[in-house]
Design a protein around this ligand. Structure first.
Ligand SMILES: Nc1ncnc2c1ncn2[C@@H]1O[C@H](COP(=O)(O)OP(=O)(O)OP(=O)(O)O)[C@@H](O)[C@H]1O
Ligand SMILES: [Mg+2]
Length: 243
C-alpha cells in the first residue's frame, strides 16, 4: 500500500525528517508517535503530496508522491488538524459535498455519503447549519467527514482526535476500526498512548526526525520488557537534551 524509502526533509538547518524508511500494508492501522517537533506532520504532509521531500521516495499504491501526485490524491483522504479551512457561509453538508464534487462524485452518491458521515460522526443536528459559528470540535468533525467523502483507500490523519470530546473521540475510533474492517489503511499521528494502543496494528516512533523503532505494540512491550507504552516511549525518546 505504502512504501517510504530514505525519506528526508530539511528546512534549512532543521532536518524535520531524517532518512526514514517504512512500509505499511493494506488494511493496517499505523501510528506515528513522537514528541512535538519530531517530524510527524512533515512526514504526513509529504505522503499527502503537500510537500516535496529533500530526498528519498514515497510510493502509495505504486505511485510516487512526487512524480504522480494526482494519481496518489485519488486514493488518499487527508486530515490535518488546526487548519479546518471550512467555508463559513456554507453549511456542514455543503462543505462536505463540495469536496465530493472536487472528487468527481455524482450528486446522489454525494448525498448518500453525506448522510452516512453525518450519522457516523453524530453531526445530524447541525449538518444543515452554516459552519462559521461551529465550535472547534464541530469544525473538526466536518473537516474529517470532508476528507473522506470519496471513501479513499488510505487515510492520512494528523492528530485526528485532538480537541474532540469523549463521544466524538469514540466516534472517530470506531470509524477508524471500521475502515480497517473494510480493508482500508489508516496512518495517523497521536500523542495519546491509550488511543495508539487501542487502534494501532503497528507503531512507528520518531524522534528528531529519525525513526527510533517500528513494531506492533505487543512486540514493543516484549522487546523493552515493560507493559506501559508511555514508559517505553519516554525511555526511547530519551531525556530532553539528548541528541
Ligand atoms: N514549513 C516549515 N519551515 C521550517 N521548519 C519547519 C516547517 N515545518 C516544520 N518545520 C520544522 O520541522 C520539525 C518537525 O515539525 P513537525 O511539524 O513535522 O513535527 P510534529 O512531529 O508534527 O510535531 P507536533 O507533535 O508538535 O505536531 C520542527 O522542528 C519544525 O519546526
Ligand atoms: Mg504535528
Amino acid at each position: 500500500m505504502l512504501k517510504v524509502q530514505n525519506l528526508t526533509k530539511d528546512f534549512g538547518k532543521v532536518i524535520a525528517v531524517d532518512n526514514v524508511s517504512f512500509e505499511v500494508k493494506k488494511g493496517e492501522i499505523f501510528g506515528l508517535l513522537g514528541e512535538n517537533g519530531a517530524g510527524k506532520t512533515t512526514t504526513l504532509r509529504i505522503l499527502a503530496t503537500m510537500l516535496k521531500p529533500t530526498s528519498g521516495t514515497a510510493e502509495i499504491l505504486g505511485f510516487d508522491v512526487v512524480k504522480n501526485p494526482e494519481k496518489v490524491r485519488l486514493h488518499i483522504g487527508i486530515l490535518f488538524g488546526g487548519e479546518a479551512g471550512l467555508y463559513d457561509r456554507l453549511t456542514a453538508a455543503e462543505n462536505i459535498a463540495y469536496f465530493g464534487e472536487l472528487n468527481d462524485m455524482g450528486k446522489d452518491e454525494i448525498n448518500e455519503r453525506v448522510k452516512f458521515l453525518a450519522k457516523t460522526f453524530g453531526m445530524e443536528e447541525y449538518i444543515d447549519r452554516r459552519a462559521g459559528k461551529f465550535s472547534k470540535g464541530m469544525k473538526q468533525k466536518v473537516a474529517f467527514a470532508r476528507s473522506i467523502i470519496h471513501n479513499p483507500d488510505l487515510m492520512l490523519l494528523d492528530e485526528p482526535t485532538s480537541g474532540l470530546d469523549v463521544s466524538a473521540i469514540r466516534d472517530v475510533h470506531d470509524f477508524i476500526l471500521n475502515c480497517k474492517n473494510q480493508g482500508k489503511t489508516v496512518i495517523f499521528s497521536s500523542h495519546t498512548m491509550s488511543e495508539v494502543e487501542k487502534l494501532c496494528d503497528r507503531v512507528c516512533i520518531i524522534h528528531k526526525g529519525k525513526l527510533i523503532d517500528i513494531a506492533t505494540i505487543d512486540d514493543l512491550k516484549k522487546k523493552h520488557g515493560d507493559d506501559d507504552l508511555e514508559e517505553i516511549f519516554v525511555r526511547l525518546v530519551g531525556g530532553k537534551n539528548e541528541a
